[in-house]
Design a protein around this ligand. Sequence first.
Ligand code: SF4
Length: 285
Amino acid sequence: MDRRAMRTIDASEVTARIREMSIESNYHVDPAYVRKVEEAKAGETSSLGLMVLDQITENAALASAERVPYCQDTGVSIVFAEVGQDVRIEGGLLEDAINEGVRQGYRDGFLRGSVVNDPLRRVNTKDNTPAVIHYRVVEGDRLKLYFAAKGTGAENMSMARMLKPSDGREGVIQTIVDHVFNSGGNPCPPVLLGIGLGGSIEKAALQAKWALFRELGAPNPDPLVAELERDILEAVNQTGVGPMGMGGDTTCIAVHVETYACHIGALPICVNVECHAHRHAEVVL
Ligand code: SF4
């Protein structure tokens, strides 16, 4: 029998860290995203597009300095929890601890409650709970929490589809390009595209969301997938949608593709679109 000691983490510690990440990520958009926008200015040939890129970086600096939300849409709270199998949470349920952190963060940070209790009754919960939480059991005695405030203009422009295997690589690229072009300014570009390829319909959706948590612009370690990411980025930036759909060269900041094994007869694809309010944080307990 394995007698390894379990490491204990108090639920209140989880709540405190989620509270902090809710507030800080809403005030400070991902600095790597802002750097990418700064770099993109040099290649932006549209004067309107350039003006929007200037406004994005100015807004990011102002929100950080004044400690106010970067955007009025404070998003749905998305949490990925990687739970080491040698960790035990004491003092309450992990899920309750996460939701309490969101509740305190959105209240104390004066962040808009953007969640309704039910898709039909649509009563605002006023504290942005519940969060959308995904769990993964991993090796070790740590708990890693990833937090995102996901704006819905972009989330609404996300897409899942079952392609045919014969559609292949070119079909994947064309599907994404058509989708981004048809979405226009709705997802508040320049966007970051999280793409789940393979698996099943729900696995592709989960992979697409998870892809958004990767270090911005870091390529997939598989060279074949990394090449696909580069080709999608180039093709999407040729659509001319531009910043906020005003036209220009900067439609997309980065493309992250995550793949998974799939059925011989299927090619599931999901695109999770992220806007210029790329608000992410992570912590290890
Ligand atoms: S989609 Fe993003 S940038 Fe647009 S309003 Fe929502 S949070 Fe703000």
